[in-house]
Design a protein around this ligand. Structure first.
Ligand SMILES: *[C@@H]1O[C@H](CO)[C@@H](O)[C@H](O)[C@H]1NC(C)=O
Ligand SMILES: *[C@@H]1O[C@H](CO)[C@@H](O)[C@H](O)[C@H]1NC(C)=O
Ligand SMILES: *[C@@H]1O[C@H](CO)[C@@H](O)[C@H](O)[C@H]1NC(C)=O
Ligand SMILES: [Zn+2]
Length: 432
């Protein structure tokens, strides 16, 4: 039949949902999440077929889509559990990833915000993270089993998804920036080693199993995550829960030698820091820090906690601190992830933010406001405590702002010319 020989058609929302199904799903609740999602999508399609009185050809396409989705779900039903177990179960037989020898130059470069994270394979990034834990004295001071450290890092890697932005490389960059700040600001003279361990570990874990769609989407689409966490930082709660699911396995528990009191502290500290990465709390956290910074007291536990929260926030959004060649590709990654979300929001009839809309946003417009009103004010506040970051971190931010403002002027001028041209064309057309 003619209709059936048409090229197989998948609507954008469906192909998205299919690609969303494939990556690093794990655990039983994940399956429920998927089922709910697929079921919702099926229901939407079926409703459209019924209500919109689609043309025969489209109905046929939809039927095919539905059939394929159902098959997909059925085939994933069992395999998911296997995959899940593989993900969460550490690789007992492979206690070490191929060890890359880190050259002296690499080890030196790793301490600087200029480090180029794009050059490295996952295995190399794992070796770098491992090096940081050793170099900061954490392995020695806390008697961490070095093999457990390797297994834990592998498990962390396996539990980041292949999102355009929120992936393992982002985890690495945030942690590497934290390491740079610890070195640059001599934080080991100000903080206890437990605080350093919390800062590093929270950075490593802070986006675990990120699905690539932000909190607002989770809440508006009433996803499993939003329901579970009552719309309160659903993603950050999830990152944290996954982190401690991983620690609950003895093979991956780098804190297994800790006494209960120390574990309690590390758990509380890590939770506080990961939850602080929700940008919805940015104003609240920065205001609280501003109130303390002029009379900062390293003996005051509240002050220390607030500073740690600001530090992880700085590292989380620190791409623009890096050299332009390193920072710029991240903007493309972020926009790609935004577009995936806004496409899905459009398909599902949910509100879309203009800055995520592929029709409306450009790289300069995406970055200028963020650098001027979020990054620079936060880093300038941290600068009051650590003048060391002026040259290495704040100055690059100002340069990046200036560069994007120039790029925007060029964009604007080009648009103006384009507009004039099309005006002339219509006028010419009218005359004829
Ligand atoms: C998944 O498998 C279970 C048993 O293994 C079965 O009862 C259930 O109906 C299956 N679900 C789907 C969606 O195929
Ligand atoms: C998340 O997405 C929504 C659009 O659904 C947008 O309005 C919101 O600003 C986004 N939040 C962040 C932190 O980017
Ligand atoms: C549009 O037309 C005007 C005169 O009609 C001309 O001066 C101008 O250069 C044209 N602009 C463009 C961009 O072609
Ligand atoms: Zn992050």
């Amino acid at each position: 039949m003619q209709i059936l020989s048409l090229p197989f058609f998948i609507s954008p929302s469906l192909s998205l949902s299919l690609s969303h199904l494939s990556p690093s799903v794990h655990r039983a609740f994940k399956i429920n999440e998927l089922k709910t999602e697929v079921t919702n999508r099926l229901a939407m399609l079926e409703k459209r077929v019924e209500l919109e009185g689609m043309k025969v050809v489209e109905i046929e396409k939809c039927h095919n889509d539905i059939k394929k989705l159902r098959e997909e779900m059925a085939s994933r039903n069992n395999s998911n559990f296997l995959e899940d177990n593989k993900k969460l179960t550490p690789r007992r037989d492979v206690p070490s990833y191929p060890k890359y020898h880190l050259s002296k130059e690499t080890v030196e470069a790793l301490r600087l915000p200029t480090f180029d994270a794009w050059q490295w394979e996952p295995n190399e990034m794992l070796s770098c993270l491992e090096h940081m834990y050793h170099d900061l004295g954490l392995v020695k001071d806390f008697n961490i089993n070095p093999i457990t450290l390797k297994r834990w890092l592998l498990c962390i890697h396996d539990n980041y998804r292949n999102n355009p932005f929120h992936n393992f490389r982002h985890c690495f960059c945030v942690t590497q920036m934290m390491y740079s700040m610890i070195c640059l600001c001599s934080l080991q003279e100000k903080f206890t080693q437990l605080d350093i361990l919390i800062l590093m570990t929270a950075a490593v874990c802070h986006d675990l199993d990120h699905p690539g769609f932000n909190n607002t989407y989770q809440i508006n689409a009433r996803t499993e995550l939003a329901v579970r966490y009552n719309d309160i930082s659903p993603l950050e709660n999830h990152h944290c829960a996954v982190a401690f699911q991983i620690f609950s396995q003895p093979d991956c528990n780098i804190f297994s030698n800790f006494d209960p009191e120390a574990f309690k502290q590390i758990r509380q500290g890590t939770i506080t820091l990961i939850l602080a990465t929700d940008m919805a709390r940015h104003g609240e956290i920065l205001d609280s820090f501003k109130q303390k910074v002029d009379n900062f007291d390293y003996a005051d536990e509240e002050h220390i906690t607030c500073l740690k929260m600001v530090l992880i926030k700085c590292c989380d959004i620190s791409n623009e601190v890096r050299p332009m060649e390193v920072a710029e590709p991240w903007v493309d990654c972020l926009l790609e992830e935004y577009f995936m979300q806004s496409d899905r929001e459009k398909a599902e009839g949910l509100p879309v933010a203009p800055f995520m809309d592929r029709e409306k946003v450009t790289k300069p417009t995406a970055q200028i406001g963020f650098i001027k009103f979020v990054l620079i004010p936060m880093f300038e506040t941290v600068l009051k405590l650590f003048p060391q970051i002026e040259e290495a971190m704040v100055q690059p931010l100002r340069e990046s702002r200036d560069r994007y403002e120039e790029l925007k002027q060029i964009d604007d001028a080009m648009n103006e010319v384009q507009k004039k041209k099309s005006e002339n064309l219509t006028m010419g057309g009218k005359k004829k």
